[in-house]
Design a protein around this ligand. Structure first.
Ligand code: NAP
Length: 239
C-alpha cells in the first residue's frame, strides 16, 4: 500500500476509535463511573517504541480506559528549535498507533493557534470529555524536570495526575531534590520506569542523518515514512 493510502486508512481507523471512546465514556458515566483517560504529551519527532511502551505501561499501571496521544503543536520551550512540521509528526503518530484499539491520536494542539500549553490542553479535554473523567498526563521525566517553568502549574496539578516516564539510569532521589517545586506537588508526580526509553527521538534523528539503521527502534510504517518524506536530512534539525 502506498504512503497516502496508509495514512488515509490510519486516519479512518482513528476516527472509529474516537467514536468508540465517546460511546464508552457515555456508558461509563451512565453507570455512575469515572472514565480514566491518559493524555500522552510529546513532540514525537519521531514517535518510537519507547513512547509506545510508555503509553502501554501507564495504561496498565493506572488502569486507563484509553490513551490519547497529543503531538505538541508549537512547544513553548522550543520556539527557536528546528522541529518537523506538526502535520508530519501527527501523521507519524497516526501510523504508529493504528493497530492498538486503546491508543487514539488527537489534533487538539496542532489545530489550536498559539503556543501549546499543557494546562490549556487538559482543560480542553475536560470540556470535550465531560467532568466524569480522571485525567493522567503522561510524558518524559526529563520534560517534567522543567515543570516549574510551565504555565499555571498549580492549576495543572489540580486538574490531572502527572505521570513521568524515566529512562534507564535515571536517579529519582537526586531528581526529586533538584525540583524547583513545593514538596506536596513533587509527591503528586507518579514516576514509572520504562527500560525501552533507552530509545530516544534525538538518537533516531541522528542515526537517520548519519545513514545508520533505525529498524527495531520504531514501527516499520514510521521508518518508511521518514525515508519517503526525507526527514532529518539537515544536520541542524537532526541533532
Ligand atoms: P522534550 O523536551 O522534547 O523531551 C524531554 C525528554 O522527555 C526527552 O528525553 C524526550 O524523549 C522525553 N519525552 C517527551 N515526551 C515523552 C513521552 N510522551 N513519553 C516518554 N518520553 C518522552 O519534551 P516535549 O516532547 O517537548 O514535551 C513533553 C510534553 O510536555 C509535551 O506535551 C509538551 O507540550 C509539554 N510541555 C508543556 C509546557 C508548558 O505547558 N509550558 C512546557 C514544556 C513541555 P524523546 O525525545 O525520545 O521523546
Amino acid at each position: 500500500m502506498d504512503l497516502i493510502a496508509q495514512i488515509s486508512q490510519a486516519a479512518i481507523i482513528n476516527q472509529h476509535k474516537q467514536q468508540t471512546l465517546i460511546r464508552e465514556y457515555q456508558e461509563t458515566s451512565n453507570a455512575g463511573l469515572v472514565y480514566r483517560l491518559g493524555i500522552m504529551g510529546g513532540t514525537f519527532d519521531p514517535i518510537h517504541y519507547g513512547h509506545l511502551v510508555t503509553a502501554e505501561s501507564a495504561r496498565w499501571e493506572f488502569k486507563l480506559n484509553t490513551v490519547i496521544f497529543i503531538p505538541s503543536g508549537r512547544p513553548p520551550h522550543k520556539a527557536e528549535k528546528c522541529i518537523s512540521d506538526a502535520e508530519l509528526r501527527y501523521q507519524m503518530t497516526l501510523l504508529a498507533t493504528a493497530n492498538n484499539p486503546s491508543f487514539i491520536v488527537s489534533r487538539l494542539e496542532i489545530d489550536r493557534p498559539g503556543s501549546s500549553y499543557t494546562v490549556d490542553t487538559v482543560k480542553q479535554m475536560f470540556k470535550d470529555m465531560g467532568h466524569l473523567t480522571d485525567l493522567f498526563f503522561i510524558t518524559g521525566a526529563d520534560a517534567v524536570l522543567e515543570i516549574s517553568t510551565w504555565r499555571d502549574v498549580a492549576e495543572l496539578f489540580g486538574l490531572c495526575t502527572l505521570v513521568a516516564a524515566t529512562r534507564p539510569g535515571f536517579d529519582l532521589i537526586e531528581t526529586k531534590q533538584g525540583f524547583d517545586l513545593p514538596g506536596n506537588l513533587i509527591n503528586k508526580i507518579r514516576f514509572i520506569e520504562v527500560p525501552m526509553l533507552a530509545i530516544s527521538s534525538t538518537d533516531i534523528r541522528n542515526r537517520v542523518w548519519a545513514g545508520k539503521p533505525v529498524r527495531y527502534l520504531l514501527p516499520e510504517s514510521v521508518k518508511d515514512y521518514i525515508k519517503q518524506c526525507l526527514l532529518y536530512q539537515n544536520l541542524e534539525c537532526a541533532l
